[in-house]
Each structure stands twice: as structure tokens, then as C-alpha cells.
Design a protein around this ligand. Structure first.
Ligand code: AMP
Length: 292
């Protein structure tokens, strides 16, 4: 395994994928926005377990950033990304030229409903439209057999599953577990913006979230347990909690009140720490599940 090749045009990308297909080789694909860390690399490794060849794309997608968000400030370092991808099993890196993705006359929008309504959309109303659009375009360009998304962005993964199924896209979506640092903080490209104090605060998110999930599993009332967790996050130093919500793991239908009766559920959190918005989530295993 060595440094993967880079392609920057659809022509070169398709040429390489066509050549592999001609040799009966399957392709798994990992879309990223770069600023690669261990979470991305775990997706690349998982991709290699599913297919003969692995493509990674690096593209900071302007369509998923609102005008007041950090598109310009989003960390970018292609050389460092390429170094990280060496010896991971990645065969090809696709770095589309920024101007090639959305031409001046681009007019198509894609809106995933239901699963992509609420939670993130309450705070970033056009985010999933931007994600659905770029993922559709990238899948049409790469045409992989498998595409890998992280559970770290759980609602995004659920929305992509819906998109792929609803539009009959010929690709299998694979979810990858959340990669965390040794203190339990979910790895994220935006963690580089946390100073030392911020890191100390951010690292409490995972524990508070798991305590909340455990309380719900043990039969505590959902609204009470999530309110306690919110109080805990604010006391830990988070400046705000956008949501802490229990939901069905597939449809993301919220469970706002009551006692959980053993059905599988997901706990999803978005909280702000020193200007950095952190996402995390975990399973609230039902009582029946928890026996195993
Ligand atoms: P991004 O570059 O942030 O768009 O992320 C690209 C892919 O990596 C998405 O599918 C993310 O869900 C996934 N990802 C990011 N961080 C992690 C992590 N800590 N663990 C697992 N997957 C991750």
C-alpha cells in the first residue's frame, strides 16, 4: 500500500473506474470534505473490507454551508490529507476543481423529507439540501458499488439512506461506527478550532450523553432525562444545546415524553462549545436488547 493517485476531472475519474470495472473489480467510495482525521481513515479501512478498490473524494461543498457559516474558514490542507491517506488502502483520491461542481446555470435541487426534517434542519435549514445534491452528483460521477458514511453524522446517514432508496440509486450505503479520541470525544474536522479549555469541556459530551441514554434505558422518563442532560452540558461549560433528542433509529421520529418500552432508539445531541458546534449520538438500547 502506498500513496494513492489524485484525479481532478470527471474524465480521469471515470476512466480509472471503468478500467477497474473491466477487470471485474468492485468499488467502495468515501465522500469527505478533507481535513482528514482518524474518523475518515476508519471509513476508508471499512471501505477496503467491502470492495477491491477504494475511492475517497475531498470537496468542501459550498451548497451545504449557509451564508453565515464557516465555508471560508473550513480547514483545508490537501498535502496533509494525501499524507494521511497513504497506506490506508485508498486507491484513488478525487479532488474536483471547485468551479466544476456547480456551473453558473445550475438549477436543480433535491429535498429529502421527513427523516431530514427537524434536528439539524431546525438550526441549518438548507444543510441537507446541499448534502443531498452533492452526494447525488458525486455518486453519479464515481458510480461506486458501496458508499460509506459515518454514524457520527447520524441524521445525514439516515437521510442518505432515504435518498438512495427513494431515487433507486444503484449503490449500497454502509454506516461506519463513530471514531473517538481517548477521552471519548467524537473526532471531527472542526475540533481543531477547540483550544485547551474547549477540549476539556467538549470531552464531557460523550459521558453526559451516555448517562442520559442509560437513564432512559433504565426507565427514567425521556423528557426528564434529556432535560437533566441539557443542564449537565450547560454546567460543564457548553454555551448552548441545540438539541438533545431521543428518536427512532431509522425514521428519526422523535420520542419526546414517556418511558421507553424496550424498542431500539437513538439519542442525538448537538451542542456548542467555545464557538464550535459538536454533534454526537449513541444507541439507547432497549431493555430487551440490553440483555445481550
Ligand atoms: P466530513 O468530511 O466531515 O464531511 O465527513 C466525511 C465522512 O466522515 C462523513 O460520512 C462523516 O460522518 C464521517 N465522519 C466524520 N467524523 C467521523 C467520526 N468521528 N467517526 C466516524 N465517521 C466520521
Amino acid at each position: 500500500m502506498s500513496t494513492p493517485e489524485i484525479v481532478r476531472t470527471q474524465h480521469d475519474l471515470r476512466g480509472q473506474v471503468r478500467e477497474w470495472r473491466g477487470c471485474d473489480l468492485s468499488v467502495a467510495y468515501v465522500p469527505t470534505m478533507g481535513a482528514l482525521h482518524g474518523g475518515h481513515l476508519s471509513l476508508v479501512k471499512l471501505a477496503g473490507q467491502h470492495a477491491h478498490k477504494v475511492v475517497v473524494s475531498i470537496f468542501v461543498n459550498p451548497a451545504q454551508f449557509a451564508p453565515d457559516e464557516d465555508f471560508e474558514a473550513y480547514p483545508r490542507d490537501e498535502a496533509a490529507d494525501m499524507a494521511r491517506l497513504a497506506s490506508t488502502g485508498c486507491d484513488l483520491v478525487y479532488v474536483p476543481r471547485p468551479g466544476s461542481m456547480y456551473k453558473a446555470h445550475h438549477a436543480t435541487r433535491i429535498k429529502v423529507g421527513r427523516v431530514a426534517d427537524g434536528l439539524e434542519t431546525d438550526h441549518r435549514p438548507t444543510f441537507f439540501e446541499g448534502v443531498a445534491l452533492v452526494v447525488t452528483k458525486l455518486l453519479n460521477r464515481v458510480m461506486p458499488d458501496y458508499v460509506i458514511f459515518g454514524e457520527k453524522d447520524y441524521q445525514q446517514l439516515a437521510a442518505i439512506r432515504r435518498l438512495v432508496e427513494d431515487l433507486d440509486m444503484p449503490v449500497k450505503v454502509i454506516g461506519a461506527p463513530i471514531a473517538r479520541d481517548e477521552h471519548g470525544l467524537a473526532l471531527s474536522s472542526r475540533n481543531v478550532h477547540l483550544d485547551e479549555d474547549g477540549l476539556v469541556i467538549a470531552r464531557q459530551l460523550n459521558g453526559i450523553m451516555h448517562t442520559c441514554a442509560e437513564r432512559i434505558r433504565m426507565g427514567h422518563e425521556v423528557a426528564r432525562a434529556t432535560a437533566q442532560a441539557k443542564t449537565g452540558l450547560l454546567a460543564a461549560g457548553f454555551s448552548g444545546v441545540d438539541y438533545i433528542r431521543v428518536a427512532d433509529p431509522d425514521t428519526l421520529e422523535p420520542v419526546l415524553h414517556g418511558h421507553v418500552q424496550g424498542q431500539p432508539l437513538r439519542l442525538l445531541v448537538a451542542a456548542r462549545c467555545k464557538g464550535v458546534r459538536l454533534l454526537d449520538n449513541c444507541a439507547v438500547r432497549g431493555l430487551a436488547d440490553a440483555q445481550g
